[in-house]
Design a protein around this ligand. Structure first.
Ligand SMILES: *[C@@H]1O[C@H](CO)[C@@H](O)[C@H](O)[C@H]1NC(C)=O
Ligand SMILES: *[C@@H]1O[C@H](CO)[C@@H](O)[C@H](O)[C@H]1NC(C)=O
Ligand SMILES: *[C@@H]1O[C@H](CO)[C@@H](O)[C@H](O)[C@H]1NC(C)=O
Ligand SMILES: *[C@@H]1O[C@H](CO)[C@@H](O)[C@H](O)[C@H]1NC(C)=O
Ligand SMILES: *[C@@H]1O[C@H](CO)[C@@H](O)[C@H](O)[C@H]1NC(C)=O
Ligand SMILES: *[C@@H]1O[C@H](CO)[C@@H](O)[C@H](O)[C@H]1NC(C)=O
Ligand SMILES: *[C@@H]1O[C@H](CO)[C@@H](O)[C@H](O)[C@H]1NC(C)=O
Length: 182
């Protein structure tokens, strides 16, 4: 049911040409290509205009040695929200995966530590995966609703028990393909 995360065996990842930029979108049963954006250092999905925060921006990424490096997409951010509500002053933050199950993905200026992993991102087609220490590509992403309608946190690696306890959380894939019609 909920835990339709997947693991690919073997090293079959595809690396984009360096400096190609891309935007990330989440897809799940009720989420059809919601954009990943920056909100106070946390990675959220949905419309940046619904985040009700003054510290938000749309982002684009490029891949470098397995790290997804983000920059604010000033064009799309200023098209959607007032400059006073956005934060496009930062640059070059890395998208990280929390080490602890059930914590949100976010953006950091630092490197991998005991708490977070900034590396090991890989693509298989347009799907983003994390490569584990055994060389398998894993997609264990979940969307957790927030108080803001249509805005979700992205959680990593929820246990079966945590999924059962939180039926509002849904399994998602993260892809570089925009939904049809955008
Ligand atoms: C914006 O978010 C960043 C990252 O969490 C934080 O360091 C900064 O203090 C925030 N700014 C405001 C005004 O809340
Ligand atoms: C903008 O985001 C950067 C990176 O997280 C943070 O260091 C900075 O404090 C934020 N600025 C404001 C005005 O929130
Ligand atoms: C910024 O967002 C716009 C609108 O979604 C998009 O067309 C553009 O390609 C993005 N910029 C980058 C550098 O990805
Ligand atoms: C992160 O690692 C890179 C490459 O090893 C290094 O150049 C950089 O200074 C490190 N950044 C921080 C904030 O530690
Ligand atoms: C999480 O952090 C601990 C302590 O730093 C480390 O031993 C462990 O390997 C990490 N787990 C993952 C999945 O990175
Ligand atoms: C996922 O969480 C489980 C514990 O619930 C842990 O044993 C496992 O190493 C984690 N896997 C990853 C890839 O983080
Ligand atoms: C997805 O939408 C359906 C229909 O609105 C609803 O019954 C279901 O609970 C939703 N699933 C999640 C995980 O929110």
């Amino acid at each position: 049911m909920m835990s339709l995360f997947f693991v690919l065996f073997g090293l079959i990842s595809i690396v984009l040409a360096s400096q190609d930029t891309f935007t990330l979108y989440a897809y799940g049963s009720n989420i059809s290509g919601s954009e990943v954006f920056y909100c106070q250092g946390i990675a959220k999905i949905g419309a940046v205009s619904h985040a009700h925060s003054s510290n938000v921006s749309n982002v684009y990424f490029y891949e470098e040695h397995g790290t997804f490096i983000a920059n604010p997409n000033v064009t799309s951010t200023t098209a959607r929200i007032a400059a006073s509500e956005s934060n496009t002053s930062w640059a070059g933050l890395k998208l990280y995966i929390p080490n602890t199950s059930g914590q949100p993905l976010g953006f950091t200026a630092g490197n991998s530590s005991g708490e977070i992993t900034t590396g090991d991102w890989h693509f298989y087609g347009e799907y983003a995966f994390i490569e584990n220490s055994a060389g398998q590509l894993e997609s264990r992403f979940f969307a957790q609703p927030t108080d803001n309608d249509g805005v979700y946190n992205i959680l990593w690696n929820l246990s079966d028990q945590a999924q059962l306890a939180s039926p509002e959380v849904e399994s998602i894939s993260i892809r570089t393909i925009a939904p049809a019609g955008i």
